[in-house]
Ligand binder design. Structure first.
Ligand code: AMP
Ligand code: GLY
Length: 428
């Protein structure tokens, strides 16, 4: 069995790592991959947005399965193209990926399907958008409809800040086409959860919940990042609540997608907020989350390869056994480059921590020189996952391994999972 994994971040390293655990004889090809993935298989220098190049690679390699990690190739229709070539591909079509790539589409779908989410209206005219901002009052949320490199969501504390965001998007084109439509959305409060489900378009295999840590600083302070760490499982999302999300969020959303003629297959990621009025969807993503995947997959005891193959081949998940989980906690600590999330310096030589049985080091932004020196090549450099019987122990082991990583100006948080520990959970 040959699998092509598209992408080269920590998420894709974790996906490749898990698929090889499921089938050690599996032949892995990654595009473009990273030095961590190169220890598991072969990396081919094809970019994730080079759709022609990726299709040619999948054909040349006669891949039995293509797993698409990031949203960019999904938005560009990679899965549509691979299916047209008769190649089994895991991920949604471009039309189905709009559940992430168009916040307007996702919001209209949720509101029509009765999926709990914040009320929002979409605008292309700045004056009308600002009138809505004043009508709702602060705090209020302004979102670019399209993908804006994680910077398209402004949670505005004041009317002025919200109006400035509207002007930046609709008048100054700060986000280009992604900001040509904006959503003005009701502000919600509550803890956030990332909940993933594998789906054939109808049936779902939900995963355990994780919590991401978006801010650069400990205690969730400082600027937003792509994610500085994650942990799983989350005690406030027990199996009964996950089952409720399946019934109230995933199934109605998938039904609406089928009815819209855009059946969604692959991995559906619900970003949820547990508000005082009940759970609400903040956003959907059409792919695995990063860094949550690096925390969740090492806990998955049953096969990921089997349901992925079934989904990619167009088979039904009806009657599939639920996913099974190790009775452990996982903490993933991201080690980021100096300057992140601002401008980062790259090319620093990296020393990895030594091997430890319960710790896995996933590569995110690394490259390897001809002389085999490992160097930084991105904002988030490594994602280090520790498994332990308690969250407290997993946090310690993950942070200890992160502290052993050496390169100039490295940054990481020692407090991943702090909310869980503050609740008094995760110590026994
Ligand atoms: P998104 O890119 O949609 O995930 O939004 C990024 C972050 O903005 C979320 O993880 C939330 O922390 C925050 N956010 C988005 N929408 C809202 C909302 N309606 N109320 C409060 N916070 C929000
Ligand atoms: N962890 C957030 C994301 O993957 O979008």
């Amino acid at each position: 069995m040959k699998v092509l994994v598209v992408g080269g971040g920590g998420r894709e390293h974790a996906l490749a790592w898990k698929l090889l655990q499921d089938d050690p004889r599996l032949e892995l090809v990654a595009a473009p991959g990273n030095p961590g993935m190169a220890t598991l298989g072969r990396c081919e220098p094809v970019s994730v947005t080079d759709i022609d190049g990726l299709c040619a690679l999948a054909q040349r390699e006669r891949a039995d399965l293509v797993v698409v990690g990031p949203e960019a190739p999904l938005e560009l229709g990679l899965v549509d193209r691979l299916r047209a070539l008769g190649i089994a591909a895991f991920g949604p079509t471009a039309a189905a990926a709009e559940i992430e790539t168009s916040k307007r589409f996702a919001k209209e779908l949720m509101l029509a399907a009765g999926v709990p989410t914040a009320m929002a209206r979409t605008f292309t005219d700045a004056t009308a958008a600002k009138a809505e901002v004043r009508r709702l009052g602060a705090p209020v949320v302004v979102k670019a409809s399209g993908i804006a490199a994680g910077k398209g969501v402004i949670v505005a504390a004041t009317i002025n800040e919200a109006e400035a965001a509207v002007d930046a998007m609709l008048v100054d084109n700060a986000f280009g086409a992604a900001g040509a439509e904006v959503l003005v959305e009701e502000f919600m409060t509550g803890e956030e959860l990332s909940v993933f489900a594998l789906t054939d378009g109808t049936h779902v295999l939900p995963m355990i919940a994780a919590q991401d840590h978006k801010r650069i600083g400990e205690g969730d302070t400082g600027p937003n990042t792509g994610g500085m760490g994650a942990y799983a499982p989350v005690s406030i999302a027990p199996p009964a609540l996950i089952a409720e999300f399946v019934a109230t969020v995933f199934e109605p959303t998938l039904r609406a997608m089928r009815e819209a003629g855009r059946p969604f297959t692959g991995l559906l990621y619900a970003g949820l907020m547990l508000t005082p009025h009940g759970p609400r969807v903040v956003e959907f993503n059409c792919r695995f989350g990063d860094p949550e995947t690096e925390a969740i997959l090492p806990l998955l005891h049953s096969s990921l390869l089997e349901p992925m193959l079934a989904i990619a081949r167009g088979d039904s998940l009806a009657g599939a056994a639920p996913l099974r989980w190790k009775p452990l906690a996982a903490v993933t600590t991201v080690v980021a480059a100096a300057g992140y999330p601002g401008t980062v310096t790259n090319g620093d030589a990296i020393t990895l921590p030594g091997e430890q049985l319960n710790v896995t080091v996933f590569h995110a932004g690394t490259r390897c020189d001809a002389d085999r020196t490992l160097r930084t090549a991105g904002g988030r450099v490594l994602a280090i996952t520790a498994l332990a019987p308690t969250l407290a122990q997993a946090q310690k082991d993950s942070a200890r391994a992160a502290a052993k990583v050496q390169f100039a100006g490295r940054q990481f948080r020692r407090d991943i999972g702090w909310r869980e520990l503050a609740r008094g959970a995760g110590t026994s």
